[in-house]
Design a protein around this ligand. Structure first.
Ligand SMILES: [Zn+2]
Length: 315
């Protein structure tokens, strides 16, 4: 917890002035990570021991097994030679902009050596935006398919060439969307659609879909199912209107902030970022998003972290 200049007790800065006060030194960033990562006190990743002391090189030396651990090990920040203060600044910038930050803007702002380096930093953060074991969506949930991206001009709707199929689930009714989930899938086959719903929605919820036959089977899988044949029927379309709205917001964000040009192999991580932002759009302070991002950076292990640094981005 941090007592801010206005005597609020919050675990995050509420504006940039507080941000630069809180993280003036490298040791401030380290302490912040330690408090988040070991909120109940240090625990050795080797033996689970809780007794340790800090060495001059800021490593925690376990009294039980003598293993030395950095607060950065196994996190987004592992293996980076750049200071945490810089990483924190990038996280702040990324989260304080409502529409996010493109690699080009980051490159221009910080003078990174290359676009790829800047992109690598943002991608590291994107890779931990989805928290493992997230709660399932509940109640009324619209589920729909969309075709996103692609360099070729594909016709709209199912089967557009060069585009990636994305499934979207939106919780809530009465034009009041709550939380969203996305997944890139290879096709609209039954296994993909039903698997998506089972992974992200609580059994017993009401799934609202268009008339695609592959959705049949939701009842067998333990869900209530409202199915509307939408082709040429504007009244029926309203039933999946929230899913359509979310997809159009997503497309606008991708075209605006990221100028399109997102490779299909990276699309899921952009979907993860959009969901992270959308699901926290009502947060009182942007600082809370910064806090969540840093929290997930030290509590979720990013995929293939060592290979990522060695092969692609020497940062
Ligand atoms: Zn130990």
């Amino acid at each position: 917890m941090t007592v801010t200049k206005k005597n609020r007790i919050l675990p995050y800065p509420v504006d940039f002035e507080e941000f630069i006060e809180m993280f003036a030194q490298e040791s401030d960033c380290e302490s912040y990570l330690e408090k988040i990562r070991w909120s109940e006190g240090f625990q050795c990743p080797g033996c689970g021991g809780r007794e340790a002391w800090k060495t001059e090189r800021s490593l925690w030396h376990c009294s039980q097994c003598s293993r030395q651990t950095s607060v950065k090990s196994g996190t987004v920040f592992e293996a980076s030679r750049k200071p945490l203060r810089l990483w924190f600044h990038v996280a702040w910038l990324m989260m304080s902009h409502k529409t996010g930050l493109s690699a080009q803007t980051l490159c221009d702002t910080f003078g990174f050596g290359s676009y790829q380096t800047a992109w690598g930093w943002l991608h590291k953060y994107r890779s931990v935006m989805i928290r493992q074991g997230r709660e399932h969506l509940e109640g009324r949930v619209e589920v729909n398919e969309a075709y996103i991206g692609g360099v070729k001009k594909g016709r709209a709707g199912r089967g557009a060439e060069g585009k990636t199929m994305v499934l979207v689930a939106v919780e809530g009714g009465n034009n009041a969307p709550q939380r969203v989930r996305f997944r890139c899938v290879p096709s609209a086959q039954k296994a993909c659609l039903i698997g998506f719903v089972k992974d992200y929605v609580s059994p017993g919820s009401t799934i609202v879909t268009d008339g695609l036959l592959a959705y049949k089977g939701l009842k067998t899988a333990g869900f209530e199912h409202e199915r509307y044949v939408t082709s040429g029927n504007s009244e029926a379309l309203k039933n999946v209107g929230q899913a359509h709205l979310i997809v159009s917001l997503l497309k606008r964000w991708m075209a605006g902030t990221h100028q399109g040009g997102i490779r299909p192999t990276h699309l899921q991580s952009y979907l993860d970022e959009f969901a992270f932002r959308f699901n926290r759009r009502l947060s009182t302070h942007r600082g809370k998003l910064f806090y969540r991002l840093i929290q997930q950076s030290v509590t979720s292990r990013p995929p293939g972290i060592k290979d990522f640094y060695k092969k692609e981005h020497k940062i």
